[in-house]
Design a binder for this molecule. Structure first.
Ligand SMILES: Cc1cc2nc3c(=O)[nH]c(=O)nc-3n(C[C@H](O)[C@H](O)[C@H](O)COP(=O)(O)O)c2cc1C
Length: 228
């Protein structure tokens, strides 16, 4: 909601247009859950191309997320240049070796063994796109009233959730990846200091024969409480 030209602090209102599904909420909610329940993180990608238009629409979908004071404190850097992907892989594997062989404690390594991850990250080159999400620690929108941002982690987390859901609905797969630390991404991608790396998300199609860990989602009675 932008301010009126004569007073930027005075919000302008427009009629809300309800989204009507034509289904009952029960049916629509069940159907959406069943679609999302088939999303899985994959770690082996095909090099099959994905169009730039598709990635643009996934990012537009992410950009519809709610955000603290509507600051939209995110930037999605979409990388498709093979040389740049290689640069990211080399830097990421360097950090990962440090993590797996020095920084991670026993318990963390045991938890990661259960999802089958290690220091090798070939998907950083095979996936057709790497979407690197940055959180903005200062608002840089043209015409902003101030540089302040609010609830940045919550806002960017919600936007990423929408991105992952949109990619899944588009028939694509993603890997929510957190090379740790991620500082190298700012350097490789020449991002300014107020942008902090948040997540690295390879996007594409699964390699033939892709396998995923046999993990299970918590049942409703473990994740939902009604009243007290
Ligand atoms: C914040 C976050 C960080 C993650 N980091 C990694 C990662 O660095 N490498 C990896 O292989 N998977 C990573 N994952 C993926 C999780 O391991 C995966 O989501 C989880 O095992 C559940 O599997 P599912 O996504 O197939 O339901 C991450 C997920 C989240 C939400």
């Amino acid at each position: 909601m932008s301010g009126t030209p004569d007073n930027p602090c005075n919000p302008r209102f427009v009629p809300y247009e309800p989204y009507v599904t034509g289904e009952t909420p029960e049916t629509a909610a069940r159907r959406f859950y069943e679609i999302l329940d088939r999303r899985r993180t994959v770690r082996t990608f095909s090099d099959r191309p994905v169009s730039r238009e598709t990635i643009e629409n996934l990012i537009l979908a992410a950009g519809t997320a709610p955000s603290g004071a509507n600051k939209q404190p995110w930037r999605f850097v979409a990388v498709q240049d093979p040389a740049l992907k290689k640069e990211i892989r080399v830097a990421a594997e360097e950090e990962e070796r440090e993590f797996y062989f020095r920084r991670a404690n026993e318990r963390w390594l045991r938890d990661l063994a259960a999802v089958g991850t290690d220091e090798h990250k070939p998907f950083l080159e095979t996936a057709p796109w790497l979407v690197v999400v940055f959180k903005l620690m200062k608002d840089d929108a043209p015409g902003r009233l101030s540089d302040q941002v609010y609830y940045v982690n919550e806002s960017v987390g919600i936007a990423v959730g929408m991105f992952l859901a949109a990619a899944h609905v588009a028939g694509l797969v993603t890997l929510t990846h957190t090379p740790s630390p991620m500082k190298f991404l700012s350097k490789v991608l020449h991002r300014p200091a107020p942008e902090r790396p948040f997540l690295l998300i390879p996007v594409g199609y699964p390699a033939d024969g892709t396998m995923v860990p046999d993990i299970h989602r918590k049942p409703l009675d473990q994740i939902m409480v009604i009243d007290r």
